[in-house]
Design a protein around this ligand. Structure first.
Ligand code: GDG
Length: 475
């Protein structure tokens, strides 16, 4: 069946689960993207093409909760080279300001090209004449161009969920030109922030030699590509509703009770990723205890680290580092029944996340670099009574919108300590003033609005620019 809307993302929006009767089934994976795309998919009779996880299994397309899903299989070697390698050990660290050292391997790149081509071919086969295809994220940057070659009739959008690096970093990539040209296959390339969009346009001008004007790129074949910021958001109403449900309210008090009813609860919730700044934040907190500014009888830091990319070496090292640090801090500073840090290496249902947000007085979000950071916005959405404080890294995309947070530079441990202490000691009036302003932002800019503005812009991009443009010289 031809489709008018095709979503292409590395992962399908479902996770495999075992059903009560022991047979395998699917569960909608949590997260903002699914909530955002679902209504767009339903309104347009769309399909979602993506990898279901696992290897070497050729699954048939299926329907889940009214969504049409088309699984894309991957071999064990592709998972290792395309996914763990090129995507998560090359592009991820490079695009996050070299927080870790990116590795460049030619066989990873070959696999990246091959998997991108398969995604493009499958998307081409699924799309109706003149359909819209929306491609997501850094794993699939070559798909727009490959797809355009196969199907020039399509309208193609691309959205990058992570930062797009400045020229000086991006140009390290041996395949920089191929990636830029891959993205230019789209009519609209969306980014989290204007800085990322500007980095892209500058690179296209300097590295590919195309003519650009503000957020537009003029291609020699007459096409116009727009590169624009669309800051992503969350299902704010959904989170508010969840946070005010009786079971979540009850669970939030049970969490505080289980922690020994401390006066203040600090909270961090992150995928266990070196970009998130977990290590530095825990060190900063420990120093506050050591120096006597915070007492373990009075406060606790709950750190949830959600398991992530465990096959990638850097992630295994990070896990060990954090395990050791938490052990040392608790060993040195904790007392019986009063650990300094309550550390949980696990993932939780959405209700438990909402209860944790409700239970926390101070939310600490300190990434070295982050496209947006939805956790910060979710915390704000759950603070329905406008209490609570948010300590937020300047280097998270969310800091552009949540200006009233206690903003910190996560590289500056002393600065971070000062901000943590400030948030800890802030009077209720000050916290509420800040939280109210942030709540207005998060309520007004929700994820439905994000999806709608991207789709509207994509439908509006003028395809032909009608200008005379010379083809760029090859570098
Ligand atoms: C990338 C970009 C950008 C986490 N643990 C659990 C759980 N989560 C949910 C959170 C939140 C999402 O996962 C994490 O989103 P973040 O934005 O914080 O971070 P990344 O995973 O790095 O996301 C980021 C995002 O894409 C969207 O464009 O903001 O910058 O890096 O929604 O709630 N949800 C449940 N259990 C968990 O244990 N249910």
């Amino acid at each position: 069946m031809p489709n008018n809307l095709v979503i292409v993302a590395n992962r399908l929006p479902v996770d495999r689960v075992e059903q009560p009767d022991g047979t395998p089934g699917w569960r909608l994976s949590p997260g903002g993207l699914v909530t955002a795309i679902e209504p767009v998919m339903r309104a347009n009779d769309g399909v979602w093409l993506g990898w279901p996880g696992g290897t070497d299994e050729d699954l048939e397309p299926f329907e889940h909760d009214g969504m049409n899903l088309v699984p894309m299989s991957m071999s064990a070697q592709e998972v290792e080279r395309f996914y763990e390698g090129m995507s998560n050990a090359t592009l991820w660290p490079l695009y996050h300001d070299l927080v870790a050292k990116p590795q460049f391997h030619r066989e990873w790149w070959d696999s990246y090209v091959a998997v991108n081509r398969r995604f493009a071919e499958k998307a081409a086969a699924l799309a109706a004449e003149g359909a819209t295809v929306w491609v997501h994220d850094y794993q699939l940057q070559l798909v727009p161009q490959m797809l355009r070659e196969l199907r020039p009739d399509l309208r193609i959008g691309f959205y990058l969920h992570i930062p797009f690096p400045p020229v000086e970093l991006f140009q390290q990539l041996p395949w920089r030109r191929q990636i830029l040209e891959g993205l230019l296959g789209a009519d609209l390339v969306g980014f989290q922030g204007t800085g990322a969009a500007q980095n892209f346009v500058r690179l296209v001008r300097q590295r590919v030699g195309h003519k650009t004007h503000r957020d537009l790129v003029y291609l020699p074949d007459g096409r116009t590509v727009r590169a624009h910021a669309f800051p992503i958001s969350i299902d704010s109403q959904g989170f508010e509703k969840l946070a005010t449900s009786p079971s979540v309210i009850e669970r939030a008090s049970a969490i505080r009770e289980a922690l020994g009813n401390p006066r203040k609860v600090f909270l961090g919730i992150d995928r266990l990723d070196y970009t998130k700044g977990i290590y530095a934040r825990l060190r900063a907190y420990a120093e506050l205890i050591q120096e006597g500014h915070v007492d373990v009888e009075d406060a606790v830091f709950v750190q949830v680290a959600v398991p992530s990319r465990e096959q990638v070496e850097q992630y295994r090292i990070l896990r060990d580092d954090i395990d050791r640090l938490v052990g040392r801090i608790n060993g040195d500073l904790g007392r019986i029944g009063r650990p300094a840090i309550s550390y949980l290496h696990s993932s939780y249902p959405r209700e438990e996340m909402a209860a944790l947000y409700r239970a926390a007085d101070i939310m600490v979000v300190t990434p070295y670099r982050d496209g947006m950071n939805l956790v910060a916005k979710e915390y704000v959405a759950c603070r329905t009574d406008a209490t609570g404080a948010l300590v937020l890294s300047e280097f998270a995309g969310a800091a552009d919108e949540l200006r009233q947070a206690w903003l910190v530079n996560p590289y500056d441990i002393n600065g971070m300590k000062a901000a943590l202490l400030d948030a800890y000691r802030a009077d209720a009036k000050e916290s509420t003033r800040r939280m109210k302003a942030m709540r207005r932002t998060v309520t007004q800019h929700d994820v439905a609005r994000w999806a709608e503005s991207f789709m509207t812009e994509l439908a509006d991009v003028r395809i032909d620019h009608g200008k005379t443009v010379r083809p760029p010289a090859h570098s």
